[in-house]
Design a protein around this ligand. Structure first.
Ligand SMILES: [Zn+2]
Length: 394
């Protein structure tokens, strides 16, 4: 067993409400922590720290939990910059471009898909993300969805079966047959590779009856529920998410008062994806309304080649503060502890003894710089499960 003492932490933001000051941020100043193997073994004042095998002095920097990016679509091939250009010139986002990526992904080798996913996961890790959820959804055949989940599992245990991303073109005239395929043979092949089932329940994707049938099949196959909902209109997504006890309903740009009230009375997290609203020029969700109503909120990138080719959680934090009226503290909590809640995990998203030793060291005296210095390389070093990621200097 090897141990590492990280000391000289000017501001340790534990995101654990039981620690330090400014609950629920749980800030300890002049702090240190000890990592043993993959977990935190000790957290406290630097003056009280014991010796360890290795010692790293971060010289007064701020340290925060590694980010939990609970919503991505990382396994794909190709890119859609032409669609982005057209959208910025005024074309609306409809989700129709998904089939462009499906075609490129089906044609790609598994090695190429794995290499592209590795590139993106590496980019995210350098930006402070230590847990990533990855969905399938660009295969839309039994073999391709299975292949995408096999690739995703190489990078994370948080894999999500999203065969119900869109109805592929070959089933346009027989939607019922596609729903039957996804909830039958495709689910049978994919359930052993996934922890979650997700459905894109929105205008142009799957309607209420289809979504209910798909989720029922997923639950029967042992998967837990998360949902894309209320991105494009005030649809039934939130209602269904609460009905199924989903861990999270993601997007939430168009919510009725009933939606907000039912989320507030549930354990379902509202995961907000401001980078996708930024990249589609869509309306941002009203985070203030959700938080004030008592809803637990998470932030995630929604990284995908169409609506949000964004890997940076710090960028999402900056957007949430500038565009969604979240405080810097609320945005950091949503990007860490909130993401953990959205994945029903208690071992990540906070700095506490026994949790996975995931941290981002900031080249700044305060976590507020994540929002205050958008696009600057504020994250200067990252540990994931006790291991230093990359080799950048502190
Ligand atoms: Zn998504």
């Amino acid at each position: 067993m090897t141990s590492t003492l990280i000391t000289g932490i000017g501001e340790l933001v534990t995101c654990d409400p039981r620690e330090g000051e400014d609950s629920p941020l749980g800030i300890i100043r002049q702090a240190a922590l000890v990592i043993e193997d993959a977990a935190f073994a000790w957290v406290g004042l630097a003056a009280d720290a014991a010796a360890a095998d290795e010692r790293v002095d971060v010289q007064g920097r701020s340290v925060v939990p590694g980010f939990v990016d609970s919503h991505t679509h990382l396994v794909f091939a190709g890119e859609r910059s032409a669609e982005f250009t057209a959208r910025m010139a005024g074309e609306p986002y409809t989700g129709g471009g998904i089939m462009t990526t499906v075609s490129a992904t089906r044609a790609a080798s598994t090695e190429d898909l794995r290499a592209n996913t590795a590139r993106l996961v590496g980019e995210m890790a350098a930006l402070g993300t230590t847990t990533v959820e990855i969905k399938s959804g660009y295969g839309l055949t039994v073999a391709d969805e299975q292949r995408l989940l096999e690739v995703a599992l190489d990078f994370t245990p948080e894999t999500t079966f999203l065969g119900a991303h869109v109805v592929p073109t070959e089933y346009t005239h027989d939607r019922a047959a596609y729903v039957a395929l996804v909830s039958g043979e495709m689910l049978d092949a994919c359930a052993p590779l996934a922890r979650w089932i997700d459905v894109f329940c929105d205008a142009g994707a799957f309607d209420e009856d289809e979504t209910r049938a798909l989720l029922q099949a997923g639950v029967a196959a042992g998967l837990m529920v998360r949902l894309h909902g209320n991105q494009l209109e005030r649809g039934p997504g939130v209602r269904l998410a609460v009905e199924f006890g989903a861990a999270s309903v993601d997007h939430c740009a168009h919510l009725s008062d009933t939606d907000v009230a039912s989320l507030a009375g549930s354990k379902t997290v509202a995961t907000l994806l401001p980078a996708s609203d930024f990249c589609t020029r869509g309306p941002y969700p009203d985070a203030r309304r959700l938080i004030d109503a008592g809803v637990t909120v998470a932030l995630a990138t929604d990284c995908n080649p169409g609506s949000s080719y964004v890997t940076s959680m710090p960028f999402c934090i900056a957007l949430a503060v500038r565009e969604m009226r979240m405080t810097p503290a609320e945005a950091l909590l949503a990007a860490t502890a909130g993401g953990a809640r959205a994945l029903r995990r208690v071992d990540i998203g906070r700095i506490a003894v026994g949790c996975s030793a995931d941290i981002a060291v900031l080249d700044a005296p305060s976590f507020v710089h994540l929002a205050y210095r958008p696009a600057a390389p504020v994250v200067s070093a990252v540990w994931k499960a006790g291991v230093r990621v990359g080799s950048g200097g502190l």
